[in-house]
Design a binder for this molecule. Sequence first.
Ligand SMILES: NC(=O)c1ccc[n+]([C@@H]2O[C@H](COP(=O)([O-])OP(=O)(O)OC[C@H]3O[C@@H](n4cnc5c(N)ncnc54)[C@H](OP(=O)(O)O)[C@@H]3O)[C@@H](O)[C@H]2O)c1
Length: 246
Amino acid sequence: MKAAKKFSFQRAPAHSSQFPFMLINMAMTADGKIATANHTVASFASRRDLARLYELRATADAVLAGARTAGGDDISMGPGGKKYQQARLKNGLAEFNLRAIVSGSGSIDARSHIFQRRFSPIVVITTGRASVEKVAELRKVADAVETFGEKKIDLRRALRWLRREWNVRRLVCEGGGELNAAMLAADLVDEIHVTICPKIFGGRDAPTIADGEGFASLIAAARLKLESKKQIGAEMFLIYRVLKRR
Ligand SMILES: NC(=O)c1ccc[n+]([C@@H]2O[C@H](COP(=O)([O-])OP(=O)(O)OC[C@H]3O[C@@H](n4cnc5c(N)ncnc54)[C@H](OP(=O)(O)O)[C@@H]3O)[C@@H](O)[C@H]2O)c1
C-alpha cells in the first residue's frame, strides 16, 4: 500500500539554488572502509554516531541512498523515534523525511524491508536499463519511479527533479561508496560528515566512502576544506566543506 501523500514540504524561496544542499554522512574505519569486503558488517560505529545520523536526518527534507545500501536488512531510511520527529517539526520540516533510492538497473528488490515501512514517500531514481517489468514492480511499492537517462543516470537532472517536484532543499546522502563517488564526480556534494572509528577492516574489495571509477588525477580530485573536528570517546567526528569546481 502506498503512503498517503500528506507531505507538507515547505515552499522553497524563489532565489534558492536549483539543487538541494547535499551532505554526505558516513562512518568509516581508520583505514577508510565503510563495510567489510563481504558486506556483512556495515554497522560498526558508536551509539553517539547513530544519534548523530538521526540528528542530521532531522535537518533534511530527504535521505538518499544507493540500491545496495537502501536494500539492506532493517534499512528504513526514516527519521528515527519521536524525539527526532519533533526535532524535524521544530526545524520547520515535515515529520517524516522523503526517501530516495538510486538504482540504475532497478536492481533494488521490491520486497526489501524499506518498501514495507510506509511512513513517508519513497522515490526510485533509475535509467532506461531497468526493464519495463522491473519498473512496473517498483511502481507498485514506491510513490514514484523516475528515469533520468538511458544508460547512465543524469544525477544533476535527478537532483533538480527532487528540488522542483518534491521540494527537497536539504538532502542527506548516506552512501554507499558507489553513489557518493558519482555525486562527487557530478559536483553535487556540499558537505561531508565523516566519523572515523577505531577499527581496521582491510580488504581491497571493501567499500570506501567514494568508490566508482575514481578521479584520474590530482587536479580532478574533489577538494575539501576541514570545517570542524571533534573527538567523542574513541571516535573523531569531522565535517568537510566540498570546494565547488563549477
Ligand atoms: N559505514 C557507513 O556509513 C555506510 C553507509 C552506507 C552504506 N554502507 C555500506 O556500504 C555498502 C554499499 O555500498 P556500495 O558502494 O557497494 O553500494 P551503493 O552505492 O549503496 O549502491 C550501489 C548501487 O546503487 C546504484 N547506484 C549507485 N550509484 C549509481 C549511479 N551513479 N548510477 C546508477 N546507479 C547507481 C546501482 O544500482 P543498480 O545495481 O540497480 O544499477 C548500484 O549497484 C553496504 O555494505 C552498506 O551497508 C556503509
